[in-house]
Design a protein around this ligand. Sequence first.
Ligand SMILES: [Zn+2]
Length: 427
Amino acid sequence: MQCIMKRLLLLFLLTPLVALSQNNFEKHFTENSLRIDFELAGNADEEFAILQSMKQEPHWGGNQQALIPKYNMGDYRITIKNLDEEILYSKGFNSLFREWQTISEAQKINRSFHHAIQLPYPRDSVIVSINSRQKDGKFQTLLKWEVNPKDYLITQDKTPHYPIDTLSYAGNSSDYLDLVFIAEAYTKDELTKFQKDVQRFKQWIFSVAPFTKYKNNVNIYAILAPSQDSGPDVPGDSIYQNTLLNASFYTFNSPRYLTIRDTKKMYDIAAQVPYDHVYVIVNTEIYGGAGFYNTYTSCASDCRNAEEIASHELCHGLIGLADEYYTNGDEINYYYNLDIEPWEPNITTLIDFSKKWKHLVNKDIPIPTPRIPKYEDELGAFEGGAYQSKGIYSPMQDCKMKTNNTNELCPACQEAVHKIMQTYINN
Ligand SMILES: [Zn+2]
């Protein structure tokens, strides 16, 4: 009884807060979205954000009660402030550009990578900024400009009209996670296969704990968009196909790195439905995928271990988890600064382990934890992770963010999934 009273009291206390944040949304934003297309460009030492276009799109799938993220995640951040410099909305994200900056080509030339982000559509003039996380973990502004929502140069081009298959509907897009799956490299005759593939992916993803707990809290749409050719580009085998989103293996010469070249078209198609995250299923038996935090996820439809990769890549794209794998000796000089904690929830430099999963570790487990059979099934902090064998520690000796030998997430990754999923759900 006392417990019920407490709950009622809590409900009473929470209700005005929810109403307040709802009012805050309605005060500042409409139900549409402001789509910003921009390039992240530069080389190994310099980066720029270049505005391409602004457009009004019909839906904004985000959580109207969580306009400012609870967790400080992402290599980049887009922010809306009012003219009094108060933050109204903010969102972290990752870019392929940041990875490209670490390869040798970036020492020689400038390149640019397209992005598009939907913001809630402002009612009044606002300041939008694109910010980049620096080596010290702090953000630097790359581009800042004023947006007048009544500007007629903000286009209102119609969205495409591909058929939409609704696989799950939990409720209002603001109160649930909205996932949109898009077909890539499926011909018109193969779209029935795509519909079956999406069912398979849905089943695979929501059978991995703790996504299992959220399967009734997700709206899932599939957009049946045909390509002229079947199967994506495989440049290493001189295969170049005419497909809708121009998906390609061999990104940065990595055979299995399957990315989307025409991201502009991808977001045009996604705009048909309210979405939080875009997931592209690429029709191929070749092993591969990719996931960029709050940008998009891609995965091969029929390769070996497709079941394991389907959720692994979504953990990058939606949850912001890092890879826990690394190679001994053959190091990738990645961008982790070992003097600070990386923002990804499942890796640590042990600089401030209490901010990570320390609270989940048994008191008798040594930190760092030796990679020996004694600690095979224990949570600890094992050296090696995020492509580096030294200085970065990961939570377990194996996890689905490390290998396909297991289809389970370690407790640190599971906690991160809970935290992020709850930011999408109001109930
Ligand atoms: Zn893990």
